[in-house]
Structures are given as structure tokens and as C-alpha cells.
Ligand binder design. Structure first.
Ligand code: FAD
Ligand code: NAP
Length: 339
């Protein structure tokens, strides 16, 4: 299929905040050939590249002058299976949740804690998606990406990706790499991970003492559906801030003042603090100015009540950051990518 490049496209349907912004140029990519054509087009026209998957981790603050590509490639397969370890490969435009379900239906374990994270497979490595104690990097075997600068297609090993907490090299090299497909390792024998308290609590309530990956997935889906606003109803991009990691000394000093502060020691001796607790403590939960707000149940989630602009959401985020820095001496880092 030939590449169709459209001019002046409203991006409102393409981001889960529901923010209006116009892409000067826009194209949907279904395969490698169209991606190569789009790369040629931007080089010929001297345009910048902006990649969209499901738009569930972006904040659009202004019109985009370059080419926005929406990745819509499909395909999901088993690459290898040695009886224990299975490698799956998914095209970048596949929905992450469809891959989780595919693995579960084949009786394969490893993705269950990452159930119901919105968005596409191609975006999963960008911020090394994580939830309930598991990060993408633990199930990641490799990916194939197109270098937008020279149209070379290359494979990345896990080490090449420089994964960190909600971070990877790709988050710092935006506009260069287009992820085409991702490979994941899943297992015939489950290694059930229940360290996030609420999962085992819920399983116990259901009378499940030896949970299967399907049980864990179902419980997580239920918790997420209760706790998180549905972007189709209330625009949002999930957690707006990363949980800050601070020194043990700073955490100890804060705990003296706030003994109930939620914090989690890290393997390197530092301490992760729940950003939602900080924001709630500072009184922002449920705050609303115009249509930009903080969700009334989940302080980490900024929301668009209808007609907010990306700049209004950004201004609110900056006010929260300044307040938290003033009160606790902690810098909150934004998680979504600014367009
Ligand atoms: P987009 O928002 O479209 O893009 C995000 C970034 O990735 C952008 O920089 C974009 O340019 C880049 N990108 C996208 N596709 C490609 C590609 N093929 N090649 C190169 N770059 C690409 N995140 C978590 O980690 N854990 C959670 O538990 C979680 N829960 C969420 C809950 C809700 C309700 C919402 C709305 C969001 C949540 N998120 C969570 C954030 C989001 O779902 C993830 O970051 C997801 O991976 C984004 O996927 P996407 O396809 O929507 O990416
Ligand atoms: P929660 O269970 O209420 O916990 C609050 C925070 O404390 C979490 O963000 C989590 O950090 C941390 N935490 C809780 N138990 C922990 C443990 N045993 N060890 C280490 N850290 C612990 O969180 P929630 O808001 O309902 O979210 C549940 C999971 O889904 C979390 O992992 C969260 O990151 C993920 N999630 C992410 C997004 C997003 O957009 N990024 C949106 C919704 C949910 P971590 O965040 O570091 O895990």
C-alpha cells in the first residue's frame, strides 16, 4: 500500500488526554515499506519526525510542524519455543493488552503483571513500561527499529536499550528511532509475582491460594478498572509524575516529620517515595482550575475535564512540581512525553 500523507490533521482523537492540536503533516504506517517512504518524505521536505502509538503517554502543548506518524502495523507470532522459554514477536502497532492476552491464552506467563497498560507494543520500550513490580525489561528480548536519519534498520539487544525506571535511550533520542517490532520472553512455568500488596489481598478475598497468571491478570484488571479513570470518559495519560527516588538520609528526615509517608527502599540504598502520597498530602487531589485538574481518587493522574488545553495541563503540572519542591524538597519529574 502506498503511503498517504495528509495535511492539517487534528490530533484530538489520537491522544488519550483528548487535547486538540494540529499536525502539519500526518501519516498512518502499516508496514516497514510505508515507514521507509515516510522517512524519505521527511528528509526531502526537511521535516522533523513525531511518533504516535496510542497517544496514552503524550501531552500535546502546541501544533506540530513536522510529520506525525501513527504506528498501526499489525502482526503477532511465536518465534521460538524450547519447551520452557518462548520468544514472541509483535509488530509495533499491536495493542499491548492484545499481546498480554495472546500469551495468557497460550498458557504462557510473564506478562500478567503488565495487564491493561494502554497503548501499543512499539511504545512499551520507550519508557520501559512497568506496573505491580514488573518492568518491560524483565520480559524483553530485543527490538527492531528504523533509524530515521539514514533509513537503516537495526536490531537492539536489551543492553543496547539502556532501560531505567520508566526510561530508555529512546526517550532521550526522540525523533530518531521508529520501533518496528518488539520481541518478548515468556515462560511455560509461571513465576508469580505478588509483592504489591493489593494483588495478594484481592486473591485472598477470592479464596485463591495458588494463583495462575490468568488469576493475577484478572485481579490486576479489576483493580485498575476501579482505580484509574477511563480516558474515553475523562481525558488523562495515566500517572503524570514518576515516583521520585531520594537518598536514604532525605527519606529518614522526611519520615520523622511524616511517619505515614509511603516509601520503598531500593536495591541501591536509595528510597522510592510515592508521588501520589506527596501530591495528596499537599492538598491537590481533586483540584480543578477550568478544565485542567487532578483526579479525585488518584492524585498522580492529571485530567482534562473537557476543554483544557495542553498548556493548561502543563501549567497545572508546573504548579504542583513547585509546591512539592517547596514543601518536601523533592523534584517531581513528568512522565508523559511533551509534543
Ligand atoms: P504514545 O503515547 O503514543 O507514545 C509515547 C512515547 O513513545 C512518545 O514519545 C512516542 O513518540 C513514542 N513512541 C510510540 N510508539 C513508538 C514507536 N513505534 N517507535 C518509537 N517511538 C514510539 N505506563 C506504565 O508504564 N505503566 C502503567 O501501569 C501505565 N498505566 C497507564 C494507565 C492509563 C489509564 C494511561 C492513560 C496510561 C498509562 N501508562 C502506563 C502510560 C502509557 O500507557 C504507556 O507509556 C504506553 O506504553 C504508551 O503507549 P502509546 O502507544 O499510547 O504511546
Ligand atoms: P499503589 O499500589 O497505590 O502504590 C503507590 C506507589 O507505590 C506505586 O506507584 C508504586 O510504585 C509504589 N509501590 C507500591 N507497592 C510497592 C512495593 N511493594 N514495592 C515497591 N513500590 C511499591 O499504585 P497504583 O497507583 O495503584 O498503581 C499500581 C501499579 O500500576 C504501579 O506499579 C504503578 O506504577 C502502575 N501504574 C502506572 C501508571 C502510569 O501511567 N505509569 C498508571 C497507573 C498505574 P511504582 O509506580 O514504581 O510501581
Amino acid at each position: 500500500m502506498n503511503l498517504e500523507v495528509r495535511e492539517g490533521v487534528n490530533l484530538q482523537p489520537y491522544n488519550t488526554f483528548g487535547l486538540a492540536a494540529t499536525a502539519r503533516w500526518f501519516a498512518e504506517l502499516h508496514d516497514d515499506q510505508q515507514a521507509l517512504e515516510a522517512a524519505r518524505f521527511t528528509r526531502q521536505q526537511g521535516l522533523s519526525l513525531h511518533v504516535l502509538g496510542g497517544g496514552s503517554n503524550v501531552l500535546l502543548t502546541e501544533d506540530v510542524q513536522g510529520l506525525v506518524v501513527k504506528v498501526s502495523s499489525r502482526g503477532l507470532r511465536v518465534l521460538s519455543d524450547d519447551g520452557e522459554r518462548v520468544v514472541l514477536e509483535a509488530e509495533a502497532g499491536e495493542l499491548w493488552q492484545d499481546v498480554v492476552n495472546y500469551a495468557l491464552q497460550l498458557g504462557l506467563a510473564g506478562l500478567e503483571n503488565l495487564s491493561l497498560i494502554p497503548g501499543t507494543v512499539g511504545a512499551a520500550p520507550i519508557q520501559n513500561i512497568g506496573a505491580y513490580g514488573v518492568e518491560l525489561q524483565e520480559v524483553f528480548a530485543g527490538l527492531t527499529a528504523l533509524d530515521w536519519h539514514n533509513s537503516h534498520i537495526r536490531d537492539f539487544s536489551p543492553e543496547d536499550c539502556a532501560f531505567g525506571y520508566r526510561d530508555s535511550r529512546f526517550k532521550h533520542e526522540s525523533g530518531r528511532w521508529l520501533v518496528l517490532r518488539v520481541r518478548l520472553v515468556v515462560w511455560h512455568t509461571p513465576n508469580i509475582r505478588l509483592e504489591y500488596g493489593l494483588i495478594s489481598q484481592r486473591l485472598a478475598q477470592l479464596g485463591i491460594s495458588t494463583p495462575t497468571p490468568q488469576d493475577v491478570s484478572q485481579v490486576i484488571c479489576a483493580i485498575r478498572n476501579e482505580k484509574l479513570p477511563d480516558p474515553r470518559v475523562l481525558g488523562n495519560a495515566g500517572s503524570f509524575f514518576k515516583n521520585p527516588v531520594i537518598s536514604a538520609a532525605q527519606a529518614a528526615a522526611l519520615r520523622q516529620q511524616y511517619p505515614e509517608m509511603a516509601s520503598y527502599p531500593q536495591p541501591d540504598g536509595q528510597v522510592k517515595v510515592a508521588a501520589a502520597w506527596l501530591i495528596d498530602q499537599a492538598g491537590w487531589k481533586g483540584f480543578r482550575e477550568g478544565d485542567a485538574g487532578v483526579h479525585r481518587l488518584q492524585a498522580l493522574v492529571l485530567v482534562n475535564h473537557g476543554q483544557a488545553t495542553g498548556l493548561q495541563i502543563l501549567q497545572l503540572a508546573r504548579r504542583i512540581q513547585a509546591d512539592i519542591a517547596g514543601r518536601f524538597g523533592i523534584t517531581l519529574e513528568m512522565e508523559p512525553v511533551l509534543f
